[in-house]
Design a protein around this ligand. Sequence first.
Ligand code: SF4
Ligand code: FES
Length: 133
Amino acid sequence: MEKEYSNGEITVLWKPDLCIHSGICLKGLPKVFNLKQRPWVNINAASSEDIVQLVRECPSKALSIKGVKFKEKQNPEVEVKLIPGGPIIIKGGATVTDRSKTTVFNETVSFCRCKRSGNYPYCDGTHAQPKEN
Ligand code: SF4
Ligand code: FES
């Protein structure tokens, strides 16, 4: 269920079902995004500018800013990020094609490495769940 956190200037939207547990928000602004606090988002712990910059880095768009649609940067450096125990995230201008050479992505994409995703080959956050025996 979507949640909203507002400081009167910006409103952060949180869609837990989209989160792929990259930990980018937790590491980037730990005073704002902290799983040990309730609610886990403390919107007043950083400036609106810093929060917007961080939200922009969320690879799954689980985090977004109400009323703001981020565009992929023009001619960015392609960035490949390996999340320990999680997906490989490709950000930037990477073009991903399938076997028929059809372009399936030209924006940020997260590929599953644990092979447990229900949306394989894309990460759906399952790697963060305990394994069933
Ligand atoms: S996918 Fe987004 S919301 Fe989920 S942990 Fe990563 S940065 Fe945070
Ligand atoms: S790496 Fe995320 S579901 Fe496999």
